[in-house]
Ligand binder design. Sequence first.
Ligand SMILES: [Ca+2]
Ligand SMILES: [Ca+2]
Length: 94
Amino acid sequence: MNDSLLEEASLSFIDNGQGSDARANDGLYSVSYEPAQTGGYLITANLQGTTSQGLPFEANEGGRLVVNPPEVKLNGVFHDQGVDEDGDGYFDLV
Ligand SMILES: [Ca+2]
Ligand SMILES: [Ca+2]
């Protein structure tokens, strides 16, 4: 893998049901970032916050991902909807 270097970015995770966060206040925080170039990326994250009991926490995580060029372009108007097959409130397929 030919990893690219990205500038360090400070991103805030949200749990308010807006943007990439599917449901507000469910304890699942989301963030969205769109790399400017395709290729391989190394991701490191330093997560800091406060638990629901008011205790501070910190965790470090990392991984790799590959950003591929889009293979399909939709032109015009497209309608579809997500399907929650197991009833957990999250789409399992479109
Ligand atoms: Ca959420
Ligand atoms: Ca589901």
